[in-house]
Design a protein around this ligand. Structure first.
Ligand SMILES: *Cc1c(COP(=O)(O)O)cnc(C)c1O
Length: 377
């Protein structure tokens, strides 16, 4: 093991790409000059327009973060009772339900996409079920057709947690146009970031209007409040940064594509290491590079994880533990390992390798070499 060199500097699972600071200064100057700091100022409006165009979606509402956007999406559609969701996600998915007084009901995932298995949904529907909240995990599409069929049959709403799916296209159009609403996160660790931020994609003007009321205390005009809204507004600084960031995002995704291909090539044929296969018709964003360490590998997933860490490579076990294993969820009937065998196996096998546009290729190669060497020793 001592034969493998330490990385010269720490390598994290992700690292945001920052444009040169001097390119941001003119935006700040404009904010200082206009004294419009928030509440739907000019940069906010420009970013909404630019994102609709870039993503190919009809309506978008910006938020201060993805979690408030998820919570507001549920309020927008007046979702109550029980919602069917996935345990294989970031905790915010289920937390957004609990903050609305909704009970999350977990169903297992499909091992090909790591997303909710539609074949499990019907058995989880009760008289209290009002919606389905699936996650396009790692930007791989859920089975959107099957989910919509079930939703139509049972009269359920569909809200996609699309936090991983920025700019993902599927069958020639934005993946974000499926379901009633899709929710994005622009957190610093995501493919496109505004430091903190998020958004809801909607499909008609009336719904967009309701979302915009809800994110601004329900205020319709100076003397009218139409709903018990929250404060989810994105500030002008964040919106301005988003506009600047958006200019470089296509190139950033290209850089990711290159690294995705290099990992795939390097990791092919290592016994016990598997990677996900993009589905037909997908134009990915290469947001994450998960690998799964099976029993044929010489070491456990955690041995590999800590061997990487010992060399300053901070990979992450996304998603481990499962949401359903956290103390506030594990008492639920749907949270048992028996109900979630595939998600449980994935959580025990996954490591997300460092993946970001500036990840030096030599460092990527060293990560691959370490994984290959440990497979032999
Ligand atoms: C990042 C993320 C969120 C939360 O977004 P924030 O902007 O950090 O609040 C929700 N769901 C998933 C799947 C995420 O990855």
């Amino acid at each position: 093991m001592a034969a493998y060199p330490l990385q010269k500097s720490n390598v994290y699972v992700t690292q945001p790409t920052l444009p040169p600071l001097e390119e941001f200064l003119p935006y700040l100057q404009q904010i200082w000059d206009s004294k419009m700091l928030t509440n739907g100022g000019p940069f906010h409006q420009q970013l909404e327009d630019a994102l609709c165009q870039y993503l190919g979606v009809p309506y978008i509402s910006l938020f201060s973060n993805g979690t408030l956007a998820l919570m507001s999406a549920l309020q927008t559609l007046r979702v109550t009772g029980e919602v069917i969701t996935t345990p294989y996600s970031f905790v915010a998915t289920a937390h957004s339900l609990v903050w609305n007084g909704i009970k999350p009901v977990f169903v297992d995932i499909n091992p090909a996409t790591m997303a909710m298995d539609p074949a499990r949904i019907e058995a989880a529907i009760t008289p209290h079920t009002t919606a389905i909240m699936p996650v396009h995990c790692y930007g791989y599409p859920c089975d959107v057709d099957a989910i919509q069929r079930i939703a139509d049959l049972y009269g359920l709403k569909v809200i996609y947690d699309a936090a991983h799916a920025f700019a993902v296209r599927y069958r020639g159009a934005s993946l974000l146009n499926h379901g009633d609403l899709s929710v994005l996160s622009f957190h610093a660790t995501k493919v496109f970031n505004t430091f903190e931020g998020g958004a809801i994609i909607s499909q008609d003007a009336k719904t967009k209007k309701r979302i915009d009321y809800l994110k601004n205390f329900g205020i319709a005009d100076e003397t009218t409040v139409v709903a018990p809204g929250i404060n989810g507004k994105m500030s002008e600084i964040n919106a301005a940064f988003g506009l600047l960031q958006l200019k470089g995002v296509a190139k950033a995704i290209d850089e990711r594509r290159l690294r995705d291909a290099r990992y795939r090539e390097g990791l092919a044929h290592i016994p016990g290491v598997s990677v996900m296969t993009p589905v037909e018709g997908l134009e990915p964003n290469y947001s994450y590079f998960p690998i799964f360490i099976g029993p044929e590998y010489r070491h456990s997933r955690d041995d590999l994880f800590f061997a990487l860490r010992a060399r300053n490579i901070y990979a992450r076990r996304y998603f481990y533990p499962l949401i359903s294993d956290f103390p506030m969820y594990r008492g639920q009937a749907s949270a048992t390992t028996e109900n979630l065998p595939i998600a449980t196996r994935a959580a025990n096998q996954v490591i997300c390798l460092p993946m970001y546009p500036n990840l030096p290729l030599e460092q990527l190669d060293e990560i691959v070499e370490l994984i290959a060497n440990l497979a032999r020793t």
